[in-house]
Design a binder for this molecule. Structure first.
Ligand SMILES: C[S@@+](CC[C@H](N)C(=O)[O-])C[C@H]1O[C@@H](n2cnc3c(N)ncnc32)[C@H](O)[C@@H]1O
Length: 244
Protein backbone atom coordinates (compact mmCIF):
# COMPACT_ATOMS: atom_id res chain seq x y z
CA UNK A 1 0.00 0.00 0.00
CA UNK A 2 1.41 3.44 -0.87
CA UNK A 3 1.75 5.91 2.02
CA UNK A 4 -0.32 9.13 2.27
CA UNK A 5 2.87 11.04 1.44
CA UNK A 6 3.40 8.99 -1.78
CA UNK A 7 -0.26 9.42 -2.81
CA UNK A 8 -0.03 13.17 -2.23
CA UNK A 9 3.26 13.42 -4.19
CA UNK A 10 1.95 11.36 -7.13
CA UNK A 11 -1.37 13.25 -7.28
CA UNK A 12 0.25 16.69 -7.23
CA UNK A 13 2.78 15.57 -9.87
CA UNK A 14 -0.06 14.34 -12.08
CA UNK A 15 -1.93 17.64 -11.73
CA UNK A 16 1.18 19.66 -12.63
CA UNK A 17 1.85 17.34 -15.61
CA UNK A 18 -1.71 17.87 -16.87
CA UNK A 19 -1.46 21.67 -16.50
CA UNK A 20 1.86 21.66 -18.36
CA UNK A 21 0.45 19.40 -21.11
CA UNK A 22 -2.47 21.86 -21.58
CA UNK A 23 0.01 24.72 -21.70
CA UNK A 24 1.97 23.10 -24.56
CA UNK A 25 -1.32 22.37 -26.42
CA UNK A 26 -1.24 18.56 -26.34
CA UNK A 27 -3.99 16.99 -28.44
CA UNK A 28 -6.74 15.27 -26.41
CA UNK A 29 -5.64 11.67 -27.22
CA UNK A 30 -2.28 12.42 -25.53
CA UNK A 31 -4.11 13.22 -22.25
CA UNK A 32 -6.09 9.99 -22.59
CA UNK A 33 -2.89 8.00 -23.22
CA UNK A 34 -1.23 9.67 -20.21
CA UNK A 35 -4.13 8.55 -17.97
CA UNK A 36 -4.31 4.96 -19.28
CA UNK A 37 -0.53 4.47 -19.11
CA UNK A 38 -0.47 5.76 -15.53
CA UNK A 39 -3.18 3.26 -14.54
CA UNK A 40 -1.39 0.41 -16.33
CA UNK A 41 1.91 1.25 -14.64
CA UNK A 42 0.24 1.42 -11.21
CA UNK A 43 -1.50 -1.92 -11.82
CA UNK A 44 1.84 -3.28 -13.02
CA UNK A 45 0.23 -5.13 -15.93
CA UNK A 46 1.70 -5.67 -19.39
CA UNK A 47 5.33 -5.55 -18.33
CA UNK A 48 8.55 -7.45 -18.86
CA UNK A 49 10.40 -8.19 -15.65
CA UNK A 50 13.95 -6.88 -15.68
CA UNK A 51 16.42 -5.91 -12.98
CA UNK A 52 18.85 -3.14 -13.85
CA UNK A 53 22.20 -3.78 -12.18
CA UNK A 54 23.04 -0.09 -11.83
CA UNK A 55 25.60 -0.68 -9.07
CA UNK A 56 28.01 -2.09 -11.68
CA UNK A 57 28.15 1.34 -13.40
CA UNK A 58 30.32 4.33 -12.59
CA UNK A 59 27.83 7.24 -12.80
CA UNK A 60 27.72 10.80 -11.52
CA UNK A 61 24.03 11.10 -12.51
CA UNK A 62 21.26 8.57 -13.06
CA UNK A 63 18.65 10.27 -15.20
CA UNK A 64 17.46 7.06 -16.79
CA UNK A 65 16.56 4.15 -14.51
CA UNK A 66 13.32 5.81 -13.35
CA UNK A 67 12.03 5.39 -16.93
CA UNK A 68 12.75 1.64 -17.22
CA UNK A 69 9.17 0.58 -16.20
CA UNK A 70 7.79 2.61 -19.14
CA UNK A 71 10.22 0.81 -21.53
CA UNK A 72 9.08 -2.55 -20.09
CA UNK A 73 5.48 -1.53 -20.75
CA UNK A 74 6.08 -0.39 -24.36
CA UNK A 75 8.21 -3.41 -25.30
CA UNK A 76 5.68 -5.88 -23.87
CA UNK A 77 2.77 -3.98 -25.43
CA UNK A 78 4.43 -4.09 -28.88
CA UNK A 79 5.65 -7.67 -28.35
CA UNK A 80 9.27 -6.69 -28.86
CA UNK A 81 11.12 -9.49 -27.11
CA UNK A 82 14.43 -8.88 -25.27
CA UNK A 83 16.00 -11.46 -27.62
CA UNK A 84 15.09 -9.36 -30.71
CA UNK A 85 17.95 -8.62 -33.06
CA UNK A 86 17.62 -4.88 -33.58
CA UNK A 87 19.69 -2.04 -34.95
CA UNK A 88 19.32 0.66 -32.27
CA UNK A 89 20.25 4.35 -32.40
CA UNK A 90 20.76 6.49 -29.31
CA UNK A 91 21.11 10.27 -29.51
CA UNK A 92 22.64 11.49 -26.23
CA UNK A 93 24.52 8.82 -24.28
CA UNK A 94 26.32 10.81 -21.55
CA UNK A 95 27.94 8.28 -19.15
CA UNK A 96 26.25 5.32 -20.82
CA UNK A 97 23.45 4.61 -18.34
CA UNK A 98 20.75 4.27 -21.02
CA UNK A 99 23.27 2.72 -23.46
CA UNK A 100 24.12 0.05 -20.91
CA UNK A 101 20.43 -0.69 -20.32
CA UNK A 102 19.78 -1.05 -24.08
CA UNK A 103 22.75 -3.39 -24.54
CA UNK A 104 21.92 -5.41 -21.42
CA UNK A 105 18.18 -5.75 -22.07
CA UNK A 106 18.40 -6.37 -25.85
CA UNK A 107 21.20 -8.92 -25.71
CA UNK A 108 21.24 -9.63 -29.45
CA UNK A 109 21.05 -6.03 -30.66
CA UNK A 110 23.66 -3.55 -31.79
CA UNK A 111 23.71 0.15 -30.91
CA UNK A 112 25.05 3.32 -32.45
CA UNK A 113 25.60 5.82 -29.61
CA UNK A 114 25.83 9.44 -30.80
CA UNK A 115 27.01 12.20 -28.45
CA UNK A 116 29.22 15.25 -28.71
CA UNK A 117 30.46 14.49 -25.16
CA UNK A 118 30.47 18.24 -24.86
CA UNK A 119 27.16 18.74 -23.01
CA UNK A 120 24.15 20.94 -23.57
CA UNK A 121 23.38 24.43 -22.37
CA UNK A 122 21.96 23.10 -19.05
CA UNK A 123 25.29 21.35 -18.29
CA UNK A 124 27.60 24.30 -19.03
CA UNK A 125 30.10 24.90 -16.22
CA UNK A 126 28.54 22.15 -14.06
CA UNK A 127 29.91 18.94 -15.56
CA UNK A 128 33.39 17.86 -16.67
CA UNK A 129 32.74 16.16 -20.03
CA UNK A 130 36.24 14.69 -20.30
CA UNK A 131 35.38 12.61 -17.21
CA UNK A 132 31.88 11.87 -18.58
CA UNK A 133 33.28 10.38 -21.78
CA UNK A 134 35.83 8.31 -19.81
CA UNK A 135 32.98 6.90 -17.68
CA UNK A 136 30.98 6.11 -20.83
CA UNK A 137 33.93 4.16 -22.29
CA UNK A 138 34.42 2.29 -19.02
CA UNK A 139 30.70 1.54 -18.41
CA UNK A 140 30.01 0.02 -21.80
CA UNK A 141 33.20 -2.12 -21.89
CA UNK A 142 31.31 -5.43 -21.29
CA UNK A 143 29.32 -4.82 -24.49
CA UNK A 144 31.95 -3.10 -26.61
CA UNK A 145 31.58 -5.54 -29.53
CA UNK A 146 27.90 -4.55 -30.04
CA UNK A 147 28.46 -0.79 -29.83
CA UNK A 148 29.42 1.80 -32.40
CA UNK A 149 30.43 5.08 -30.70
CA UNK A 150 29.97 8.25 -32.80
CA UNK A 151 31.40 11.44 -31.31
CA UNK A 152 29.44 14.05 -33.27
CA UNK A 153 26.34 16.20 -33.20
CA UNK A 154 23.10 14.43 -34.08
CA UNK A 155 22.80 16.69 -37.14
CA UNK A 156 26.21 15.63 -38.48
CA UNK A 157 25.40 11.99 -37.75
CA UNK A 158 22.06 12.12 -39.61
CA UNK A 159 23.80 13.67 -42.64
CA UNK A 160 26.17 10.68 -42.71
CA UNK A 161 23.75 7.84 -41.89
CA UNK A 162 21.14 8.29 -44.63
CA UNK A 163 21.59 4.68 -45.87
CA UNK A 164 21.19 3.07 -42.45
CA UNK A 165 17.87 1.88 -40.97
CA UNK A 166 16.97 1.38 -37.30
CA UNK A 167 14.25 -0.56 -35.46
CA UNK A 168 14.54 1.49 -32.26
CA UNK A 169 15.68 5.10 -31.74
CA UNK A 170 16.10 6.87 -28.40
CA UNK A 171 16.30 10.69 -28.43
CA UNK A 172 17.94 12.31 -25.39
CA UNK A 173 20.40 14.83 -26.85
CA UNK A 174 19.95 18.59 -27.16
CA UNK A 175 16.75 19.39 -25.20
CA UNK A 176 15.69 22.61 -26.94
CA UNK A 177 12.25 22.26 -28.56
CA UNK A 178 13.60 23.05 -32.06
CA UNK A 179 16.52 20.59 -31.68
CA UNK A 180 14.25 17.79 -30.41
CA UNK A 181 11.91 18.44 -33.36
CA UNK A 182 14.84 18.31 -35.81
CA UNK A 183 16.17 15.09 -34.23
CA UNK A 184 12.67 13.56 -34.45
CA UNK A 185 12.18 14.48 -38.12
CA UNK A 186 15.60 13.10 -39.08
CA UNK A 187 15.20 10.00 -36.91
CA UNK A 188 11.82 9.25 -38.50
CA UNK A 189 13.47 9.10 -41.93
CA UNK A 190 15.83 6.32 -40.83
CA UNK A 191 13.30 4.50 -38.61
CA UNK A 192 11.84 1.33 -40.15
CA UNK A 193 8.06 0.90 -40.45
CA UNK A 194 6.82 -0.57 -37.11
CA UNK A 195 9.99 0.84 -35.53
CA UNK A 196 9.82 2.59 -32.15
CA UNK A 197 10.91 6.16 -31.38
CA UNK A 198 11.36 7.07 -27.72
CA UNK A 199 11.69 10.64 -26.44
CA UNK A 200 13.11 11.32 -23.02
CA UNK A 201 12.02 14.32 -20.91
CA UNK A 202 8.60 14.91 -22.48
CA UNK A 203 7.34 16.20 -19.12
CA UNK A 204 10.60 17.86 -18.01
CA UNK A 205 10.14 21.49 -16.91
CA UNK A 206 13.46 22.94 -15.91
CA UNK A 207 12.82 26.35 -17.50
CA UNK A 208 9.98 28.82 -17.95
CA UNK A 209 10.96 29.28 -21.60
CA UNK A 210 9.03 26.79 -23.76
CA UNK A 211 11.75 27.01 -26.43
CA UNK A 212 14.20 25.42 -23.95
CA UNK A 213 11.98 22.40 -23.24
CA UNK A 214 11.61 19.11 -25.21
CA UNK A 215 7.79 18.85 -24.74
CA UNK A 216 6.74 21.51 -27.30
CA UNK A 217 9.13 20.04 -29.92
CA UNK A 218 7.74 16.53 -29.35
CA UNK A 219 4.12 17.75 -29.61
CA UNK A 220 4.86 19.68 -32.82
CA UNK A 221 6.37 16.49 -34.29
CA UNK A 222 3.36 14.39 -33.25
CA UNK A 223 0.95 16.90 -34.81
CA UNK A 224 2.96 17.16 -38.06
CA UNK A 225 3.33 13.37 -38.48
CA UNK A 226 0.07 12.19 -36.89
CA UNK A 227 -1.02 10.08 -39.87
CA UNK A 228 2.28 8.17 -39.83
CA UNK A 229 2.56 7.28 -36.15
CA UNK A 230 0.82 5.77 -33.16
CA UNK A 231 1.43 7.03 -29.62
CA UNK A 232 2.17 4.06 -27.37
CA UNK A 233 3.16 5.59 -24.05
CA UNK A 234 2.88 9.03 -22.41
CA UNK A 235 4.39 9.84 -19.02
CA UNK A 236 7.72 11.42 -18.20
CA UNK A 237 8.84 9.98 -21.56
CA UNK A 238 6.78 9.68 -24.74
CA UNK A 239 6.99 6.58 -26.97
CA UNK A 240 5.64 6.25 -30.50
CA UNK A 241 5.55 3.60 -33.23
CA UNK A 242 6.00 4.43 -36.91
CA UNK A 243 3.06 2.89 -38.75
CA UNK A 244 3.51 4.35 -42.22
C1 LIG B 1 20.75 14.10 -20.66
S1 LIG B 1 22.22 13.62 -21.37
C2 LIG B 1 21.90 11.96 -21.93
C3 LIG B 1 21.68 11.02 -20.80
C4 LIG B 1 21.77 9.56 -21.17
N1 LIG B 1 20.80 9.18 -22.17
C5 LIG B 1 21.60 8.74 -19.91
O1 LIG B 1 20.66 7.98 -19.80
O2 LIG B 1 22.41 8.85 -19.01
C6 LIG B 1 22.26 14.51 -22.89
C7 LIG B 1 23.49 14.23 -23.73
O3 LIG B 1 23.26 14.77 -25.03
C8 LIG B 1 24.48 15.25 -25.54
N2 LIG B 1 24.17 16.25 -26.58
C9 LIG B 1 23.74 17.52 -26.44
N3 LIG B 1 23.53 18.10 -27.62
C10 LIG B 1 23.80 17.17 -28.56
C11 LIG B 1 23.78 17.15 -29.99
N4 LIG B 1 23.41 18.23 -30.70
N5 LIG B 1 24.14 16.02 -30.64
C12 LIG B 1 24.52 14.90 -29.93
N6 LIG B 1 24.57 14.87 -28.58
C13 LIG B 1 24.22 15.97 -27.90
C14 LIG B 1 25.21 15.83 -24.33
O4 LIG B 1 26.60 15.86 -24.55
C15 LIG B 1 24.77 14.88 -23.21
O5 LIG B 1 25.74 13.88 -22.99
Amino acid sequence: MPSIKQIFYQSSKTIVDLIYMSFICCPLPIFWKYATCKINLIKNIDHYNYTFNISSLNLSNDWFSISIPSWMYTMKHLQIHPSSKMNILEIGSFEGCSTYFLLDFFKNSTITAVDTWNGSIEHKGKINFIEVEKRFDQNILPFKNRLKKMKSTSNDFFTLCKDQRFELIYIDGDHHASAVYQDAVQAFLVLKINGVLIFDDFNWRHSFKLSELPGPGIIKFIKDYKSQLKVIYVGYQLHIQKIY
